[in-house]
Write a protein that binds this ligand. Sequence first.
Ligand code: FES
Length: 114
Amino acid sequence: MNLTWHKLAESIEEIPWNANNLAEIEAAGRSFCLARHNGQVFAIAPKCPHASGRMAGGVIDGQGNVVCPLHRYKFCLSNGRNVSGEGYFLKHFPLEWREDGLYVGLQKGFLGIF
Ligand code: FES
């Protein structure tokens, strides 16, 4: 895959996590929602594909799904699959830890339309 990498944060402590281990953060002029679960960090679209609920306002369940705050649809953090069965797909992005911080990979030409 043809990706360009953009720095999100210097360290995990720098990310503004809320009490539910979710954060909204900007990079490359776009917003991302970050999720922290079982020692792993995931990057997903900031808005729900159903009706644009802010994913950072949701919660993470015990199976590693993010639950949208508006209508409680659930999406797998690692692949974006809508595990509650409504047929939507949540965009998710590859992350990479490097010596100088956390990077998100975007496909070349990605316009940031979620
Ligand atoms: S806006 Fe997310 S479930 Fe409806």
